[in-house]
Design a protein around this ligand. Sequence first.
Ligand SMILES: NC(=O)C1=CN([C@@H]2O[C@H](COP(=O)(O)OP(=O)(O)OC[C@H]3O[C@@H](n4cnc5c(N)ncnc54)[C@H](OP(=O)(O)O)[C@@H]3O)[C@@H](O)[C@H]2O)C=CC1
Ligand SMILES: O=C(O)CCC(=O)C(=O)O
Ligand SMILES: [Mg+2]
Length: 739
Amino acid sequence: MPKILYTKTDEAPALATQSFLPIVKAFTKTAGIEVELKDISLAGRIIATFPEYLEESQKISDDLVELGKLAKLPDTNIIKLPNISASVPQLNEAIAEIQKKGYNIPSYPTDPKNQEEELIKAKYDKIKGSAVNPVLREGNSDRRAPRAVKNYAKKNPHSMGAWAVSSKTHVATMGQGDFKSNEKSLTLKDATSVSVVLTKADGNKIVLKDNISLLAGEIIDSTVLSKKALLAFLEAQIKDAKDQGVLFSLHMKATMMKVSDPIIFGHAVKVFFADVFKKHQTTFENLGVNANDGLDSLLNKIKELPEAERQSIEADIATAITEGPDMAMVNSDKGVTNLHVPSDIIIDASMPAMIRNSGQMWNAAGKSQDTKAVIPDSSYAGVYTETINFCKEHGAFDPTTMGTVPNVGLMAQKAEEYGSHDKTFEISSNGTVAVIDKTTGATLLEHQVEEGDIWRMCQVKDAPIQDWVKLAVSRARASKDPAIFWLDENRAHDAELIKKVQAYLPNHDTSGLDIKIMSPEKATVYTLERLKAGKNTISVTGNVLRDYLTDLFPILEVGTSAKMLSIVPLMNGGGLFETGAGGSAPKHVEQFLSEGHLRWDSLGEFLALGVSLEHHAEKNNNKKALILADALDAATEKFLDNDKSPSRKVKELDNRGSHFYLAMYWAQALAAQNKDEELKSIFTPIAEKLTKNESEILDQLNNSQGSPINVGGYYLADDALVAEAMRPSTTFNTIIDNI
Ligand SMILES: NC(=O)C1=CN([C@@H]2O[C@H](COP(=O)(O)OP(=O)(O)OC[C@H]3O[C@@H](n4cnc5c(N)ncnc54)[C@H](OP(=O)(O)O)[C@@H]3O)[C@@H](O)[C@H]2O)C=CC1
Ligand SMILES: O=C(O)CCC(=O)C(=O)O
Ligand SMILES: [Mg+2]
């Protein structure tokens, strides 16, 4: 029987799954569809990686590896929920929890001492950061806010903080000595393989990476970020934030850029706390403090010290915080700054949240304040600069009248920066780094480097680019909106890409379509002007802007990127349906555990399921699947019309109640249709029962709220406890389980 593969992930979406999946399974089996759960949670991936350390009964299959293979097959249909992209502190927490539960897995060796530890570290480094999405994304992305979602936002606008012309909020970026300014790029004529070689000042050579195979037509770039320039920039920005009286905040993507960005983050920690690191250098070395893991990890490490010594370091940290500029806070109640954990502030979500909040972030007193948003590399910082300037000039956007900005993103086969972590290096000594063609011996790309610089190489293959151009044209055709390629002719990589876009566009019928190429800054202004005037503009972008813009625009337009339709047509014919464009909302879990209210909105899951069913219907010629998909569409629209999304407050409708409404509307739509008598007869009594028992079910669901919940763990929760907590209405469960 052809299957739909659903993913077990982490945090809020994983909790929601235990309530929603039983409904999905019950409904889809009436069309002969099996829905199978695959475990790609952080804990699951860790356990699956170390079978040799485990008892037989503890071993589990590596579902991510399996899904990665399936993503290349034509019959695959995957619904992918957001998962944790773990920073080192999160990885360590997850490992500790799993070990405590009796799994004999190794700890993460930060500083491997022997070959075995090297191997363990290498295995963990594959689990670290954004390790799921790049494996599954064997296609480019098509993300947009569906019409019903836009209509809902127009009728029920979310709050938007007003912008003042006098706002001191701004973006600070390097512009010199950074990845953008040092980039070199070329397109390969023939397939070959290359090596990356560091030639030290003394002539000694170190092969940083060997045998990178490249295809004909592939674009490769290399670039370097100067440590000296970065440190000078950070020092100047910290001082300037203090002088201007604005918050200092750093916006990185330490998850997807898992090698470079934690290093940059670590430099910010070391510069901000320069006196502390200088004074306690030896102690920190002895403790194995790694600034890249953030201030929180440092504070944990010094707990090992004698009381007096710990207190003196804590006092020095407090002094640095008082003497420095005000810092943007992740949680002001708990004193968590934006330098505590590298994965707490993630640029795609953090910048739009700031822009929605009048350009302000939270200070230590819990009040919002104008902010200096530090984005060291200048490749994409200009997009935010222009957006902030636009808001200063025109005021905040109005969700009731603004247009929409769908995105077509180049993403397949680890495209561009987001595929670069295995070719990113913190340079150990001065010299040159070169990309050398192993077939001809020629040096393809070369940079002068200094100790501590971050060098990286990116690739993007030709087939994904062709597919991306095709997808852009087909979206422009389907929506009749203008499509803008956000590419900068003055940037080395983009200049290569522009040549290909210009070569491939004529392969398609573009008559009557409005397709342009503009630099990211110009495209921002052009798009924002149209957006404000209620007009729609498709952004066609590379991988990083795909990520940034699919949080930026949805958050401004519809309040959250959880409401995005996020389709990945896999290049070999399968379908990957991502749910929303946001993350796993750890804050939501915190609320659920303390007061039994889960405010996660599963709308992204509903939308993904709809398109997944359509894809299934088409691929398998399954007419019932199409009827289920159409009915689900109608149900989702009604769900939005009747405003049945979870509330934020305890004792009101939460995620579980919202699933009840979706199920009721879905059953009602199936009962009302006349295309399939069998489905009609199955769902007519179900719809009646759900409708009749609405208030009883809601009482059962809402009464279960209000007290702390124990699900037996955070990363490795107890499935039975989660299921119990997420399905507290016996009346509802009985109806669903009897379909
Ligand atoms: N596709 C993926 O797998 C992705 C994974 N991630 C991972 O997710 C984690 C958290 O990332 P973070 O950047 O904090 O972003 P999140 O998107 O998880 O959270 C930011 C805020 O967005 C809102 N939000 C997001 N999704 C929903 C939803 N379904 N329902 C209601 N509100 C929602 C909430 O806002 P409010 O508080 O205002 O209600 C939430 O607090 C990280 O581990 C990150 O690596 C991040 C992005 C994508
Ligand atoms: O994989 C990740 O870590 C995040 C992905 C993401 O933010 C996105 O694709 O929008
Ligand atoms: Mg994102």
